[in-house]
Design a protein around this ligand. Structure first.
Ligand SMILES: NC(=O)c1ccc[n+]([C@@H]2O[C@H](COP(=O)([O-])OP(=O)(O)OC[C@H]3O[C@@H](n4cnc5c(N)ncnc54)[C@H](OP(=O)(O)O)[C@@H]3O)[C@@H](O)[C@H]2O)c1
Length: 336
């Protein structure tokens, strides 16, 4: 089968013919029709991810058709159109994953290939209203957004939500899910055009985080009090900007971050956190139940994943470089 392979760190992906996987007991092989990128794939290539082993076929997100099943797998899966839950071996405690947790696409070969092997228990039927390309956008990003919003921040309709960096794959799912749940959603982005697109999708407003006074200006726009406005904040940037999130969080707010794209969090004033009784959470991926809940919510609300650009598998390296450039609004897809 054809696959995009990372042979060594810091090298471009190469396209090669490799042996097709075959399913063991409890496993299936899915013929991938579309895969999508996550920033994780870029971090892995750059060596900025724990426990990297090469060579590896990256890719955590995929949609396709079950081509083969192993012993013990229900035959009704054969030929079904599916997406794959990439958050595997979560363990027994829904609050935290266990030592064996792994994400599809490292250490196991992932979805940037014509076929991928996975355990049957990680299959979920593809929502019928979604194309393969749209469905391939969902797994990692929408799961991360779902757990951050719903489990960690206990989102309710009427919450005033701020999603930072709205152009990102996870962030845009957070915007869409929060809007669909009835929340008032505001965004930041490094691009005015991306803010405009988020507003067209139902966000109430936004501000460019490159403006030095963005946090004060955003409070003015949202007619918030000096003590803050947003009672749920979802962030993947971290860095020095995180302290500003503390400033604009409403008293009692829930703040969740799932990434640290701009580096370590600095300059948080403890008194601001405890006087405002803020709740700060970290979140990663999600459980099998959360994955199923996310897919059924997306289906029920008919959320359409936003695809920025589709690349052919042969151009997987170009797709990674495009993600690294940060131009995208939403997901980058590989047509396989
Ligand atoms: N913990 C987990 O389970 C988990 C899961 C998924 C992702 N992540 C992490 O979350 C991050 C985003 O992942 P992704 O796949 O969504 O990547 P992506 O599509 O490449 O998005 C990158 C994001 O960074 C934002 N950004 C860049 N500079 C920023 C700044 N100064 N302030 C605020 N936002 C800024 C971009 O916003 P604009 O384009 O709007 O400027 C965009 O949202 C990555 O660090 C990734 O490793 C973690």
């Amino acid at each position: 089968m054809k696959a995009a392979i990372l042979k060594n760190l810091h090298e471009p992906l190469v396209i090669e013919d490799v042996a097709k996987p075959s399913p063991g007991p409890g496993e299936v092989v899915v013929r991938i029709t579309a895969a999508s990128l996550n920033h994780r794939d870029v971090w892995i290539q750059k060596g900025l991810y724990p426990k990297i082993t090469t060579p590896i076929i990256p890719g955590s997100d995929g949609a396709g058709t079950v081509a083969e099943i192993g012993d013990g797998v229900d035959e009704s899966w054969l030929g079904k159109e599916v997406i794959i839950n990439p958050s595997q071996n979560w363990g027994d405690d829904p609050n935290f994953y266990g030592d064996d947790h792994k994400i599809l696409g490292l250490p196991d070969n992932g979805t940037f290939a014509e076929f991928v092997k996975t355990e049957a228990k990680y299959l979920v039927e593809k929502p019928k209203y979604l194309s393969f390309e749209q469905a391939a956008c969902l797994p990692l990003g929408a799961l991360t957004a779902w757990r951050s919003l719903m489990t960690r921040c206990r989102l309710t309709a009427g919450d005033r939500v701020l999603v930072t960096g709205a152009g990102g794959g996870v962030a845009l799912f957070a915007v869409q899910i929060a809007i669909a749940a009835g929340a008032e959603v505001w965004v930041t982005s490094g691009s005015d055009q991306k803010i405009q697109k988020a507003i067209e999708m139902g966000a109430k407003g936004g501000i460019n985080y490159k403006i030095p006074t963005w946090y004060r200006d955003l409070l003015v726009k949202a007619r918030g009090k000096k003590t803050g406005y947003f009672n749920v904040i979802i962030d993947s940037a971290g860095g020095s900007g995180f302290a500003r999130l503390i400033d604009i969080a409403a008293p009692g707010a829930r703040i969740c971050f799932y990434g640290g794209g701009t580096g370590n969090i600095t300059d948080i004033v403890p008194a601001k956190v405890f006087f405002k009784q803020l709740n700060i959470y970290g979140s990663t991926m999600g459980t099998e139940d959360e994955f199923r809940d996310m897919v059924s919510f997306v289906e029920q609300k008919e959320i359409l994943p936003v695809i920025d650009k589709v690349f052919a598998l042969e151009n997987a390296e170009d797709a990674l470089r495009y993600m690294d450039s940060g131009q995208q609004f939403g997901k980058i897809v590989l047509a396989i």
